[in-house]
Design a protein around this ligand. Structure first.
Ligand SMILES: NC(=O)C1=CN([C@@H]2O[C@H](COP(=O)(O)OP(=O)(O)OC[C@H]3O[C@@H](n4cnc5c(N)ncnc54)[C@H](OP(=O)(O)O)[C@@H]3O)[C@@H](O)[C@H]2O)C=CC1
Ligand SMILES: CCCCCCCCCCCCCCCC(=O)[C@@H](N)CO
Length: 303
């Protein structure tokens, strides 16, 4: 098994390197920026609101004494993104984390809202990568291995009631990541996909105001995490070049049951994936049985 694992294991240092975090002014992105700065990286954050960016910059300076670079741009605007990336300078670790989520049954959801999620979560990620990649590839040999990490969600591993558009956008990131890894491996660039469960952030607080009750019930199967914990898992996964980064025990099981064609650098994880495939599939069927049961009861009680 060891001989067939591709790509080969890699370590991606953070210290003294340029880490660029989109959506870095709030929630998981802010926690990532904070921790990367503490790790000795030069950090840049990008988001739309200048006020929130300044607030984040102050908070990180207060806690660490370090100044992060701030860039105001909407990821949906390619020209704005390209200007920010140009100004920030060549990136070693690109974390594309911005994301929006408006949970609603598709029948209740306007197509504008569907397009909004696809545009920010999926097209915005394309815009970021397209803008950053040329400079990331330059002089790679002198600069060491680089990383492009994309923030998906456990709703990007399994479709969940209320998340038709959101899950589509997050599943889309997986196809993008698998294909991109093959394209950039020769440039010593390593792709990661991060799959958090519900995470306590300002975004989640907003989401909870409108979330269908059944969506919360199903998502509770994986519990909830703090943004700091997710950021810690994400950074350690990025440093070890993991293609799939899971954040909790349920996430580990999800990673095994959805391993599919994901590249795998870890011998141990490859072994576990092969051996545990059958039993985790059985566990997934049990979860579906439970979820469809809950959905049935929820509908019956609404009538
Ligand atoms: N919280 C959760 O439960 C989970 C979250 N995730 C994913 O993690 C990521 C971060 O989520 P979370 O921390 O909760 O989100 P928050 O809503 O707390 O923060 C989102 C960040 O993205 C920025 N952003 C939003 N839209 C754009 C845009 N169009 N252009 C540039 N920046 C933008 C926001 O700044 P501004 O508004 O100023 O632009 C903000 O900095 C998302 O991709 C989300 O899907 C995954 C699993 C669970
Ligand atoms: C084989 C065994 C599998 C075991 C567990 C399966 C549990 C799946 C739960 C999925 C939860 C999805 C949360 C999405 C959070 C999110 O992205 C929103 N908050 C928007 O930000």
């Amino acid at each position: 098994l060891h001989h067939i694992l591709r790509p080969r294991p890699v370590r991606i240092p953070i210290k003294n390197r340029h880490v660029f975090v989109t959506g870095g002014s709030s929630g998981i992105g802010l926690a990532l920026a904070h921790q990367a700065a503490s790790d000795g990286a030069r950090v840049s954050i990008l988001a739309r609101s200048v006020d929130k960016l300044q607030e984040a910059k102050q908070a990180i300076r207060l806690a660490t004494g370090i100044d992060v670079g701030v860039f105001s741009a909407d990821v949906r605007d390619y020209d704005a993104v390209a200007r920010a990336v140009e100004e920030a300078g060549p990136i070693d670790v690109l974390i594309v984390n911005q994301g929006v989520f408006v949970p609603r049954e598709l029948e209740q959801q306007e197509l504008d809202e569907v397009r909004f999620m696809l545009d920010v979560n999926l097209m915005g990620t394309f815009n970021m990568i397209k803008a950053a990649l040329p400079a990331m590839k330059l002089r790679r040999k002198d600069r060491g291995p680089a990383s492009i990490a994309l923030m998906s969600s456990q709703a990007g591993q399994v479709g969940i009631y209320g998340y038709t558009a959101y899950s589509a956008s997050k599943f889309g990131l997986r196809g993008l990541a698998e294909a991109l890894q093959q394209e950039v491996i020769a440039d010593d660039i390593h792709v990661s996909l991060i799959f958090p469960p519900d995470t306590d952030t300002p975004g989640l607080a907003e989401e909870n105001k409108i979330k269908p009750q059944i969506t919360s019930i199903i998502a509770a199967s994986s519990g909830a995490m703090k943004a700091d914990e997710v950021a810690k898992k994400a950074l350690s996964g990025i440093k070890s070049g993991s293609f799939i980064i899971s954040c909790n025990l349920e996430g580990l099981l999800l990673a095994i049951v959805t391993a599919g064609f994901a590249p795998q650098r870890s011998l141990l994880m490859a072994f576990v994936e092969v051996v545990a495939a059958g039993i985790t599939r059985f566990a997934a069927l049990c979860f579906q049985w439970n979820w469809y049961d809950s959905i049935g009861k929820w509908h019956a009680q609404k009538k």
